[in-house]
Each structure stands twice: as C-alpha cells, then as structure tokens.
Design a protein around this ligand. Structure first.
Ligand code: UD2
Length: 311
C-alpha cells in the first residue's frame, strides 16, 4: 500500500505516518515544514519518503501524489486565535489548499482520502455531547475552514467518485505537540510551563471544557476510516466521549507532576468555544472505534515524553 500523509511532519500527522509504517505501508509525507519538523520523523523506521511541498502548489501535488492509493490530509493552519488574527492565511491554506489536495488526489486516482476535520465545526451548538447529525455552526474562521474542507471532500465524492471520509478531531494531545508558539494546544503549554517552573496561563475562568483526546485514539479512528468499506462521504467524531475543564486538568497535572499548578488567569480568547464533548456512537458503530487511552493515562504519557525531551 502506498499512502500519502499531508502534514505528515506535524504532530498528529507524524503519528499517523508512524502507524502506517508500522503496518507495512510505504509512506510519502507531504509537508512544507511551516509547523512540521524533521525531528518528528527522525525515529521512524520503514519505507518513508519526505517531500517538502506546500498544499498551496497544485503542480507540486500532482507530482507528489503519483501512484498513491490512500491519502491522509492533515496539512492545515491550525489554531482558532491564529485564524481570528489572520483569516485570509487560514482560508488560503485550509480551503484553497484542500481543494488542491482533492484535485490532485482525483487526478492521481487515489482510492480514498481521509480528511482531518475538527470539532470546531460544531461551534456553540447548545447540546452536549455533539453528534454528527447536528447542524454545524462554527464561531471562528478556523472552524469555518475545517467544515468547508469536509463539504469539499463530500462534493468530490459526488462529482468525481473520489471516496472520502472525515474525522472531526476533538482537542488532540500527546507527544510531539509543539509547545513553542502562542497558538500551541493548551496541554502542551500547561505541561511545558510546569516543567520549566513557569505559571500556566488560563484564558477565562478555566471552567471551559474539552474532550481532550490522546493522539493514539485519533490515529486509530483515522486508519479505520481508510480501511472500512461503505463509509464514503461520512463524517465521524474522533474524541473520547468525555469532557474535562481546564481547572480539573491542571489539578490532574499537579498530581502527576507533584508540582503545584498555580495558574494565572487572563481574559478569555476571541473565537473560543465554551464546552466541547464528542458523542462517539457513530464512530464506534460504523468504524468499530473504541478509544483505548483515557485522559489521565494520556496525560501521564504526555508528561513523561515532555520530561524526557527536556534532558
Ligand atoms: C480547537 C478545536 C480542536 C482543534 C484545534 C486546532 C474546539 C472545541 N476544538 O481547539 O479540535 O481543531 O482547535 O488548533 O474548537 N487556553 C488556555 N491557555 C493556553 C492555551 C489555551 O487557557 O495557554 C485555553 C483556550 O482559550 C481554550 C482552551 O484552552 O479555551 C483550549 O485551547 P486550544 O488552543 O488548546 O484548543 P481549541 O479548543 O481552540
């Protein structure tokens, strides 16, 4: 099997790449290294090709995708606040880039594309947990772009017969998540703050909640979306079904690390959702997905990884 992973040098993409290699696939990573890192791929073993290539360049994608059977599309400008600060850039990469990926996948006769969608598509829809049947109502430019990507995948299925499935990732965390940007995921920020003896910063009152999902769970859901027959055109939640506040998360981290969390509270961020939680019944039923690493275990593994990186 030859698989392409766009964004394969990034946090989640490198874990998808690692698992594909472990299962015997030949993998080509397509990444412009704007957020991806060589270091994320350094320890991976197997037939891996790394192509420095932006998804905003259609000709380059046509060359890169030749001979590909499966395509995992994870390349994106992530981050809600970055999209609020620069909606044009987020739109250009996440929507124009995704259309390029779909055109090149169609022309390369890829068997199926799996798209990394986002829980941000739900916005502030009042009901929890979120089911895929709810009408999306994003409240940030980032959420709009990730939702439009799903629609484009489905439309490429209808218009050109390109098989597709989308997994809406719910606040994924784990080893290799880059903590260094102000736009980095909250758990990478909290953990490195504690390790470096800094105060973690909480935007808002800390009572907002997320379905924090350890990365191996979404990797499993993503590969199932590629290999399960009869799911083309569908969208699945990739979460755990749980929900934890930031305050509770800091208490857990204090317990794991043995260090007091002592957070600093700043004003809330624009575009932020209050609560997020996945209903994973459909993913369970149609893909046979069961999350195997729970939040606390995931936090422990993640803490251990950042600690080992510090040395
Ligand atoms: C959104 C999506 C997520 C993924 C991600 C990609 C939702 C519910 N989730 O994550 O699925 O697509 O975007 O970027 O839309 N925070 C702090 N201190 C910090 C950093 C963040 O308090 O140092 C807060 C932040 O204000 C927010 C929460 O932590 O309330 C989570 O923020 P995040 O950036 O980790 O993820 P989020 O929910 O925007």
């Amino acid at each position: 099997m030859r698989a392409i992973v766009t964004g394969g040098a990034g946090f989640i993409g490198s874990h998808v790449t690692e698992e594909l290699l472990r299962r015997g696939a030949a993998v080509a990573v397509v990444d412009d290294f704007s957020a991806g890192k060589e270091a994320n791929l350094a320890a991976l073993k197997g037939p891996l090709e790394v192509l420095r290539q932006s998804i905003t360049d259609l000709d380059g994608l046509h060359r890169a995708f030749r001979g590909a059977e499966f395509l995992f599309h994870l390349a994106a400008r992530t981050s809600v606040p970055r999209s609020v600060a620069d909606p044009v850039e987020t739109n250009c990469v996440n929507i124009d880039g995704t259309v390029n990926v779909l055109v090149a996948a169609r022309d390369a006769k890829v068997r199926r594309i799996v798209y990394a969608a986002s829980s941000s598509a739900y916005g502030e829809t009042p009901t929890l947990p979120k089911t895929e049947a709810m009408r999306p109502d994003p409240i940030s430019p980032y959420g709009v772009t990730k939702y439009v990507g799903e629609l484009y995948c489905q439309v490429f299925g209808r218009c050109y017969g390109l098989e597709n499935a989308s997994i809406r990732y719910f606040n994924v965390f784990g080893p290799r998540q880059d903590p260094s940007s102000p736009y980095s995921g909250v758990l990478s920020q909290f953990i490195t703050a504690l390790l470096e003896g800094r105060q973690p910063v909480v935007f808002g009152d800390g009572e907002q909640s997320r379905d924090f999902t350890y990365v191996s769970n979404v990797v499993d859901a993503t590969l199932r979306a590629a290999e399960t027959p009869g799911v083309s055109g569908l969208v699945f939640n990739g979460g755990t079904g749980g929900r934890f506040t930031l305050n509770h998360t800091l208490a857990l981290l204090a317990k794991i690390s043995g260090k007091p969390a002592n957070p600093k509270y700043d004003p809330p961020r624009a575009g932020d959702i209050r609560d997020s939680q996945a209903d994973i019944s459909l993913t369970r039923q149609m893909l046979g997905y069961v999350p195997t690493v729970d939040f606390e275990e995931g936090l422990r593994r993640t803490w251990d990884w950042y600690k080992s990186e510090q040395r």
